[in-house]
Ligand binder design. Structure first.
Ligand SMILES: [Cu+2]
Length: 118
């Protein structure tokens, strides 16, 4: 009679992992090359969230420039700055959109973890 419970638990774990992977479309899990190491340092940085307005989108460099409000978690004042993105994160978004987003501020810059239109 325990089997259904165990299966449900395993399913929940699987779903959790799937959700995490979807949040980070470009994430490679091998961690053995330079990209993997860079990702790892970014991943270790704390996640912060903020709201802002899209000022520019650079499809070649995969960055989005956001005029964002204060970020209390990082003691940041409001400012305009570029964030790294992964392919697909900006689908459906355009300059002028007001957005809410989460990012990690790693050693090599700030990277968007998730972003959505408000
Ligand atoms: Cu900033």
């Amino acid at each position: 009679m325990n089997t259904p419970l165990i299966s449900a638990g395993a399913l929940l774990l699987t779903l959790s992992f799937s959700a995490t992977a979807e949040d980070m479309p470009g994430m490679k899990m091998d961690g053995m090359n330079m990209d993997g190491m860079a990702m790892e340092s970014t991943q270790a940085a704390p996640t912060a969230s903020a709201e802002g307005t899209i000022k520019a989108i650079d499809g070649e460099r995969h960055t989005v420039t956001l005029a964002h409000g204060p970020v209390a978690a990082l003691h940041w004042p409001p400012m305009t700055m570029a964030f790294k993105t992964t392919p697909g994160q900006l689908d459906g978004l355009q300059v002028g959109d007001k957005v809410a987003f989460e990012f990690r501020n790693g050693n090599d810059g700030a990277a968007i973890m998730s972003i959505r239109k408000q």
